[in-house]
Design a protein around this ligand. Structure first.
Ligand SMILES: *Cc1c(COP(=O)(O)O)cnc(C)c1O
Length: 452
C-alpha cells in the first residue's frame, strides 16, 4: 500500500473535530485525568501542550512525573527516529538487542559506577506497578516471609501486590477482594513534627508480642508523590535503613516518581546517603514517555529462576534508545543537577511568597528538588478549584493527597526559568481569583460554599 492510499479517507477514517464526546460515550467510566483536563490534546513540545484547536498550555504536570525532560526533547527524539528509520528491533521480548546492550552499558557507566552502587538489573513489564510486583515477589522469595511494611499515604501502583502496599481507599476498594499481607505504619511526619514514627516501628520489631509479623521488606518512597508530596527527612531515612539492616528486613525504595532527577539527584535516596536493597524505576526512565520499568537489586538477592517473572513487553527497545540518550545527555556530569537545584530555589521561594501573601488561606509548602506541593489544610477543596481556574488560564497542574488537598508542582526538570516564573504567576493569580469567590460566598451566604 502506498503512502497516498493509506492516507485516503474511507469509511473507517476518524473525524476532524476537536470535541471529546466520543470519550464520554465509549471510554469506560474509569477515565481519570481527562476529567480534570477535558481537552483534546494534539502536540507537545518541551513544556508546552497544544490542543487540537492550536491553543497552548503550559505543562506543570509532566505526565505525573513521566516527562522529567519535557515533551519530545530533541536530544532523544532524533535518536529514536534514526533507530526506527534503520529498522532497529522494536519488539524483542527479553532477547539481547544492541539497543538494550547500549542502555545497560550507559546505565552502569553514568549512573551506577559514579555512585558506587552495585546492583543487577531486572527489566519487568513496562508499567511501574509491574516493577513493584517484581520487587515484592523477590523480597518474599529471598526471606521466606510474606508480610511487608508499607507507609501511610504510600502509592505503589494498582495491580494487586502493589495495591496491597498502597494506602488510598478508592484504589484499594476497587480490587474487589481484600488486598493483604501488608502492615501499614505511619510515614515520617504523619503524627506531627515532634514524633519520630520509627520509635513505634522499632518497638514493634523488638517486642515478640507486638503482633507484627516480621516483614520481608519495607517499601517506601523517599518523597511520597500521589500521597501528597511528603518528603521523609534524611535522618528518618537513615534510621529506617539502619533499623531494617539490623533486623534483616529488605528495604525496597520505590523511585518511580521521585527518581530520575525529580528531587535533585538521579535517585531520591542519594542525598540521604542510604543504599536500598531493591530500587524500582519507571515513569521518566525512558525519558520520552514510552513505557519502561526497571528493578535494581543487590546481586546477592538475585534468586530468580529463569523467566520466573515473565512478560511479553519486558524491555521496550524504543525506550532503551531514548533512555540511553537521556543518560548520556544529562547525567554524564553534574551540570543538570546544578540546574535543577537553581530552579528548585525559584520554585520554593515563590511558593513561600504565595503562602505569605494569602495568610487567610492557611497554606503551607513542602517538597524537595522540583517536586513540591502547596498544601491547603484548612480548605481541602481549594487546590481543585485552583487547578480548574489554571486550566482556563492555560496552565495544566494537578492535585494530590488523600483529600486532594495538595496542588502538585511537577514541572519538567528542563523547564526554563521564564516559563517556571510564568506558571507560578498564573497560580498566584488563580489563588487570588479563587479567594475572591470564597470571600463572596461566606459574606453572601451563597451559591458556592467550599464543601469542606
Ligand atoms: C506511578 C507510580 C507507580 C505505578 O506506576 P504505573 O506505571 O502507573 O503502574 C508506582 N509507584 C510510584 C511511587 C508511582 O508514582
Amino acid at each position: 500500500m502506498s503512502k497516498e492510499s493509506a492516507a485516503m479517507p474511507n469509511k473507517c477514517s476518524p473525524s476532524k473535530g476537536s470535541t471529546i464526546a466520543i470519550f464520554e460515550r465509549l471510554e469506560s467510566e474509569v477515565r481519570g485525568y481527562i476529567r480534570s483536563f477535558p481537552i483534546l490534546f494534539d502536540r507537545a513540545v518541551g513544556t508546552t501542550l497544544i490542543d487540537a484547536d492550536g491553543r497552548e498550555y503550559l505543562d506543570f504536570f509532566a505526565g505525573a512525573g513521566a516527562l522529567n525532560y519535557g515533551h519530545n526533547n530533541p536530544a532523544f527524539k532524533q535518536p529514536l527516529l534514526d533507530y526506527i528509520e534503520r529498522d532497529g528491533i522494536v519488539h524483542g521480548l527479553d532477547l539481547a538487542t544492541s539497543a538494550k546492550k547500549a542502555f545497560i552499558e550507559v546505565f552502569e557507566r553514568c549512573i551506577l559506577k559514579p555512585r558506587g552502587l552495585n546492583y543487577k538489573l531486572q527489566f519487568t513489564g513496562p508499567t511501574g506497578t509491574n516493577a513493584v510486583e517484581a520487587a515484592l515477589k523477590l523480597a518474599r522469595q529471598v526471606t521466606g516471609r510474606s508480610n511487608v511494611v508499607a507507609f501511610s499515604n504510600a502509592f505503589h501502583g494498582v495491580s494487586s501486590g502493589s495495591l496491597a502496599a498502597t494506602g488510598n481507599k478508592e484504589y484499594r476498594s476497587a480490587a474487589g477482594f481484600p488486598v493483604a499481607h501488608v502492615t501499614f505504619l505511619p510515614y515520617d511526619g504523619y503524627l506531627g513534627p515532634s514524633v519520630d514514627t520509627l520509635d513505634y516501628f522499632e518497638k514493634l520489631l523488638n517486642d515478640p508480642s507486638s503482633g507484627l509479623d516480621k516483614p520481608a521488606a519495607v517499601i517506601l518512597e523517599a518523597v511520597q508523590g500521589e500521597g501528597g508530596i511528603n518528603p521523609a527527612s534524611f535522618q528518618w531515612l537513615q534510621r529506617l535503613r539502619e533499623l531494617t539492616s539490623r533486623h534483616k528486613i529488605l528495604m525496597i525504595l520505590d523511585d518511580i516518581q521521585a527518581g530520575v532527577g525529580r528531587t535533585g539527584k538521579f535517585f531520591s535516596f542519594e542525598a540521604a546517603e542510604i543504599v536500598p536493597d531493591i530500587v524500582t524505576l519507571s515513569k521518566s526512565l525512558s525519558a520520552i514517555g514510552t513505557p519502561m520499568s526497571l528493578v535494581l537489586l543487590k546481586p546477592e538477592l538475585d534468586v530468580w529462576s529463569p523467566g520466573a517473572h515473565s512478560g511479553t513487553f519486558r524491555g521496550n527497545n524504543l525506550a532503551f534508545v531514548t533512555a540511553r540518550a537521556a543518560l548520556e545527555t544529562y547525567w554524564a556530569d553534574s551540570k543538570f543537577e546544578e540546574e535543577i537545584a537553581s530552579k528548585s530555589v525559584i520554585l520554593a521561594e515563590e511558593l513561600e511568597s504565595i503562602v505569605n501573601d494569602f495568610p487567610r488561606l492557611g497554606l503551607s509548602v513542602r517538597g524537595r528538588g522540583l517536586m513540591y506541593g502547596l498544601v491547603s489544610q484548612k480548605l481541602h477543596s481549594l487546590p481543585v478549584q485552583i487547578s480548574r481556574e489554571a486550566l482556563h488560564r492555560g496552565l495544566v497542574i494537578e492535585t494530590c493527597g488523600g483529600h486532594n488537598e495538595v496542588l502538585k508542582f511537577l514541572v519538567a526538570l528542563t523547564i526554563d526559568d521564564a516559563d517556571l516564573r510564568r506558571g507560578l504567576s498564573v497560580v498566584r493569580d488563580c489563588i487570588g481569583a479563587v479567594q475572591e469567590n470564597i470571600a463572596l460566598d461566606s459574606r453572601g451566604g451563597a451559591t458556592r460554599t467550599p464543601t469542606d
